[in-house]
Design a protein around this ligand. Structure first.
Ligand code: UDP
Length: 239
């Protein structure tokens, strides 16, 4: 399957459907970036993140913000929820006999998430678990190199998780790795995902912001600024 990316704010975004994206990464392996407006805004000043996104094997549009941005530019690409995509990778790891590593979130969160995932996905082979508050990246990298997991989920927040995965990719070129943000918090039961109706209409962000008002600062002004920047891009006005 050929990759077809489009440019959004000078960054590549894949135009695959959910199932095509899944099939693609299962065959190529490598780094999956779940791109959102916050990450796009960060990459404007963070050259290293920009380089990581440009070199990722798959960049999926995670959320309504990126879907709207692409629509403004004339691309009809459906969003792919990173949390659901990562869960599907875990389910597939059983039939593919892949070893799994889960890295990130608070110690009590990751412990509970592992317990819940083992109950939900019988046969899942989790061989490495580490909370996300480590100081020494090299130590964790050398531990996973030794354990040789084939599917790695990193929940360290962005851009930390993207940087971690980029370095891990050099050691484990055949693994599938994805940054999953707050997914372990949801899987542990500590944070609730928005009801399906909010997910369907693209308002999961609004539900989460109402539930967790401290997220407001992260979304505003990033989200409206992102839309303004994409409009400038469409009209050829230099940002
Ligand atoms: N996190 C971590 N180490 C850090 C910073 C954050 O493990 O140094 C974890 C945090 O506990 C949370 C996850 O990263 O589980 C994602 O955080 P955030 O709320 O930034 O993610 P979002 O879902 O908004 O991308």
């Amino acid at each position: 399957m050929e990759r077809k990316t489009v440019k959004l704010q000078d960054l590549p975004v894949d135009t695959f459907t959910d199932s095509q994206a899944f099939e693609y990464i299962e065959s190529t392996h490598g780094q999956v970036v779940t791109i959102n407006p916050e990450m796009i805004s960060c990459a404007k000043t963070n050259e290293s993140l920009k380089n990581i996104i440009e070199n990722a094997e798959l960049v999926i549009p995670d959320g309504i913000g990126v879907e709207i941005g692409l629509k403004i530019l004339g691309y009809n690409v459906r969003r792919i929820a990173g949390i659901a995509f990562a869960h599907k990778l875990l389910e597939a790891s059983v039939k593919n006999c892949q070893r799994v590593a889960l890295i990130g979130s608070k110690p009590e969160v990751i412990t509970k998430a592992v317990e819940n995932l083992k109950a939900e996905i019988p046969g899942i082979n989790i061989i490495y678990v580490r909370d996300g508050y480590f100081k020494d990246d090299d130590k964790v990298l050398s531990e996973i190199k030794e354990m040789q997991p084939e599917v790695i989920l990193a929940a360290l927040g962005s851009p930390k998780q993207e940087e971690f995965i980029y370095n891990a990719k050099k050691l484990l070129p055949n693994a599938i790795m994805i940054g999953v943000g707050g997914s372990f918090d949801v899987w542990s039961g500590c944070v609730e995902r928005a009801p399906e109706i909010y997910q369907k209409i693209g308002l999961e962000w609004l539900y989460r912001t109402v539930k967790e008002p401290k997220r407001f600062k992260r979304i505003f002004p990033t989200l409206p600024l992102f839309v303004i920047n994409v409009l400038k891009e469409k009209w050829g006005i230099k940002c």
